[in-house]
Design a protein around this ligand. Structure first.
Ligand code: CA
Length: 458
């Protein structure tokens, strides 16, 4: 059966799922090219779950700045990380491609024990694309796409980088799991004192100030709320020269005492967003700056059976970080640009981190690189239009998932189950027996996708 026929079988009736868009006519008038190319700020939290923000229903975490961002912008209810781990999503963000195209190491977290692995040098990225359109490009925070030249941020189009290369440094001492210093300025170690999100925020605002008179792309890549679970103001946990590959990597707090620490980490993300938003306004950039906030994968509900219920909330979603259940990849996501995006809107359209590159390229008036898998979100953001119907995929080694409208097929090497997310966001009830045709079509789509991503060179 042709792939096109599978798509025809998609049962999603996406039209009409978006709430009314009061600014549609204004957005239409403004859509004739970017009269003035916007500044683009992408803020990505680490391991933040779908239910970790107050504006996504968390009962205790105080996130007033993110709540305000949603109130002034567009909140997604069905936005997804491309992977349930850090590296795949970060690769998809920067390249607009399925991370599986970069090989199986990109289906999970790159390990510092295999330090030669990194984002392929010929992968075309957001900063490279935007630089061609005259943008200044800065990245502050966590890279996790390679550990040495030529796999470092400055080799992929970032003019300036400060932050860590591995997946989890100590938030205070900036010592990696291997006991190494892990805080860089461009290609060199340049250790700094301060809590991770405070440093990232400071350098982000410095970059905005330096580049306020030209278009810029700022990638704010937070390490919070990833372990080690440490709150601002605590003493450092890791020391140089020691090994933290065991459970001591999680930080100094014993089971039973982690929940208030993680709450402070969530609130540190929120505080950073507040400071960046205040800087946008102080610098007079609020009319022409597009801000997008999301996370790289879902939260942990426990870790190896410990810390159960202490780490994250994935809201009503099943599963957690590392899994292809919704809890592994459905994310909070907020788009903000008051002069273009209607305030207080909510969309239920299905979107993904790989959609950011084509969106940004369009806003900058730049050509997107060849081979991008994502789709531009601009019709949705500015005109309230539904996105084109499509089928999207996740795969982490043996586990995989396919999404088409309300249907999600989740499988491994042996079995698969079908869920209707419109009525069962918690993936509780397998309806594959009643929908055998849907299953066979989605399975065929998945096989076609696998042949594509595993076989097509970039
Ligand atoms: Ca992560």
């Amino acid at each position: 059966m042709e792939r096109r026929e599978f798509l025809k079988c998609a049962t999603a009736a996406l039209a009409g799922r978006l709430l009314a868009h009061p600014f549609a006519s204004i957005a239409q008038e403004n859509s004739e090219g970017a009269r003035s190319r916007p500044n683009i700020i992408l803020i990505v939290a680490d391991d933040l779950g779908y239910g970790d923000l107050a504006c996504y229903g968390h009962p205790r975490n105080r996130t007033p700045h993110l709540d305000m961002l949603a109130k002034e912008g567009l909140k997604f209810t069905d936005f997804h990380a491309n992977g349930p781990m850090c590296s795949p999503t970060r690769a998809a963000i920067l390249t607009g491609q399925y991370p599986q195209r970069f090989g199986t190491p990109f289906e999970s977290a790159l390990s510092a024990k295999s330090p030669d692995i990194g984002l392929p040098v010929d992968a075309a990225t957001i900063p490279q694309t935007l630089k061609k359109a005259g943008y200044a490009t800065g990245m502050y925070g966590k890279w996790h796409l390679g550990y040495h030249p030529p796999h470092m941020p400055t080799y992929f189009g970032f003019d300036d980088f400060r932050g860590l290369l591995t997946g989890d440094g100590d938030h205070i001492s900036h010592i990696s799991r291997s006991g190494d210093e892990d805080w860089y300025h461009n290609e060199r170690i340049e250790m700094e004192a301060g809590y991770s999100s405070d440093l990232i925020t400071k350098h982000s605002i410095d970059f905005m100030r330096k580049n306020k008179d030209r278009p810029f792309f700022l990638y704010v890549a937070h390490l919070v709320i990833h372990f080690p679970w440490q709150a601002p103001g605590e003493n450092a946990h890791r020391e140089k020269g020691k090994d933290y590959w065991g459970l001591e990597k999680l930080g100094p707090h014993p089971e039973g005492q982690v929940a208030p620490v993680v709450q402070k980490m969530v609130e540190a993300v929120d505080r950073s967003v507040g400071e960046i938003m205040a800087a946008i306004k102080t610098l007079g950039l609020d009319g022409n700056t597009f801000v997008f906030f999301t996370s790289d994968n879902g939260g942990y509900r426990a870790y190896q059976g410990k810390f159960r219920g202490e780490v994250s909330s994935n809201g009503p979603c099943r599963g957690e970080k590392g899994e292809v259940w919704e809890g592994g990849h459905r994310e909070p996501a907020i788009a903000w640009w008051p002069t273009r995006i209607a305030p207080g809107t909510v969309t239920h359209e299905t979107a993904m981190t790989m959609d950011l590159l084509p969106t940004y390229a369009e806003l900058a008036g730049a050509a997107a690189p060849k081979g991008v898998d994502g789709t531009t979100l601009t019709p949705l953001l500015f005109n309230g239009k539904p996105l084109p119907k499509r089928t999207v995929f996740w795969r982490k080694e043996k586990d995989w998932a396919v999404r088409e409208g309300p249907w999600k097929l989740v499988g491994d090497e042996e079995n698969c189950q079908l869920f209707n997310l419109d009525t069962d966001i918690g993936e509780t009830t397998d309806v594959s027996a009643q929908n055998a045709g849907v299953v066979s079509e989605m399975l065929a789509s998945f096989k076609t996708w696998e042949r594509d991503v595993d076989g097509r060179s970039r």
